[in-house]
Design a binder for this molecule. Structure first.
Ligand SMILES: Cc1cc2nc3c(=O)[nH]c(=O)nc-3n(C[C@H](O)[C@H](O)[C@H](O)COP(=O)(O)OP(=O)(O)OC[C@H]3O[C@@H](n4cnc5c(N)ncnc54)[C@H](O)[C@@H]3O)c2cc1C
Length: 404
């Protein structure tokens, strides 16, 4: 009988299992799908050492309206879904106010600053080095005015947080990326992030490491979770403690136990393209809010947020715009998949992930809500959760906000 069951085999769940196991606990992971095959598969693959400020909403009503109506492609709003998202969204907006954000940034920044070291240890131990590039990504701008604003913002972040970046003018960008055609005003090269050419495979490699060290990964449904004496039973496994790491699906399981966890569900799409445009590292097209990431399967175009609880679009507007801009810049070739992939960023209104014990259920722990940066932060918060489960409650200080 395992001591701990981790529900969910995404980046967050597998990292949790490894951290719990490293502290000497026998652990089983339960998922209904293959390891790393959901949100942790479909992301842009950036381990975001530069993302030291959480992803806030704009404050100005005009900027919000522009966003809601699709300016910069950052948001696609499915208006009929809006009423159901309003409570979580309005809390998210309140937490985007500079005064609220200022309280979150120190902890967020601390977490992000630990990401490369945490991943580095797991990458080395799992032999996954071949999936990783350690040369950052481009933030590219189409207009000179936009580029100038971005440089000022980057300088501000360098001064405040000591972040490294380099500036490439159009000629420098063409030299670095000869496959690019068309005109860009320039790019900021964020030099410290690492990027991954197959995010699902990286989670898979971490999963194999967990198994090689004696852990088990079992196929099963988390919704079979029930109390069993002083412990729990789930998917036929009797365990003392359970960690809910179901990413965007976590609130629906917790609702069955009487917990209401508001979540802003930001859907993203991606599609791969067969052409080999030869981009050397991922490129965020800032004016269009899409990331072009060279992946094993081809060049992946990943979109920003669609706020919708309707079925995913077969021809998502944000991806269509990303593809059109991508084709103007690079030789993309035909798409690999017949329809785009979609997945949901699990964003909590408080900006920070939830890492805590469930208040009314002994032995139940929560670990989800990493929003835009779960691929980056999974191993960092996993380490803190594992310490807290062993009694070091200070390890999760600030990460248990808002749970009732
Ligand atoms: C387009 C896009 C781009 C992104 N880019 C980046 C990026 O560049 N960098 C970054 O850091 N983050 C990025 N993110 C965010 C990141 O992908 C997520 O925060 C992260 O993958 C969440 O991981 P997770 O383990 O919590 O969830 P998941 O990977 O979704 O794992 C949850 C698991 O729970 C399982 N599950 C659900 N319900 C059940 C059930 N009933 N029974 C059993 N199992 C169940 C699922 O099968 C799944 O395997 C991006 C997200 C998107 C959508």
């Amino acid at each position: 009988m395992a001591e701990v069951a981790v529900l969910g085999a995404g980046m967050v769940g597998i990292a949790t299992a490894l951290a719990v196991q490293a502290r000497g606990h026998d652990c089983v992971v339960i998922d209904r799908a293959p390891v790393g095959s959901q949100t942790s598969y479909g992301n842009a693959g950036i381990i975001q050492a530069e993302a030291v400020e959480p992803y806030a909403l704009p404050m100005s009503p005009l900027a919000l309206l522009a966003m809601a109506f699709g300016a910069k492609n950052a948001l696609d709003l499915h208006w009929p879904s809006l009423p159901r998202q309003v409570p979580a969204l309005s809390a998210y907006w309140r937490n985007s106010l500079p005064s609220a954000l200022g309280k979150v940034i120190p902890l967020w920044r601390q977490l992000v600053s630990e990401a490369l070291e945490c991943h580095g240890a797991l990458i080395a131990a799992s032999g996954a080095d071949g999936l990783i590039r350690r040369d950052g990504y481009w933030e590219a701008h189409a207009t000179e005015a936009g580029f100038a604003t971005a440089i000022r913002n980057a300088e501000r972040r360098r001064q405040l947080y000591g972040l490294d970046f380099a500036i490439a003018d159009p000629a420098g960008l063409s030299r670095a990326e000869p496959a690019l055609r068309g005109s860009l005003a320039g790019a900021i090269h964020w030099t410290s992030p690492w990027t991954c050419r197959s995010p699902g495979e990286l989670v898979g490699a971490y999963g194999k490491l967990f198994e090689a060290k004696g852990g088990h990964i079992v196929s099963g449904d988390a919704h079979t979770l029930t109390r069993a004496g002083a412990g729990w039973q789930v998917a036929g496994e009797d365990v003392e403690r359970v960690v809910v790491a179901l990413g965007p699906w976590s609130p629906s399981l917790l609702a069955t136990l009487g917990y209401h966890v508001p979540m802003v569900r930001k859907r993203g799409y991606h599609r791969h393209y067969e052409g080999d445009p030869g981009l050397s590292r991922p490129m965020l097209l800032a004016d269009h809010s899409v990331v072009l990431s060279p992946m094993r399967q081809g060049l992946r175009i990943a979109t920003a947020a669609e706020l919708s609880d309707a079925a995913p679009q077969v021809h998502p507007r944000q991806l269509a715009r990303g593809e059109a801009v991508g084709r103007a810049l690079l030789d993309l070739g035909p798409p690999v998949e017949p329809v785009p992939w979609s997945g949901t960023r699990p964003c909590l209104p408080g900006m920070l992930p939830l890492v805590c014990a469930a208040p009314r259920h002994p032995g139940l722990w929560l670990h989800f809500g990493h929003g835009h940066q779960g691929f980056t932060l999974g191993p960092v918060t996993a380490e803190r959760l594992a310490r807290a489960m062993d009694g070091d409650r200070a390890a999760i200080h600030g990460l248990d906000r808002g749970m009732r």
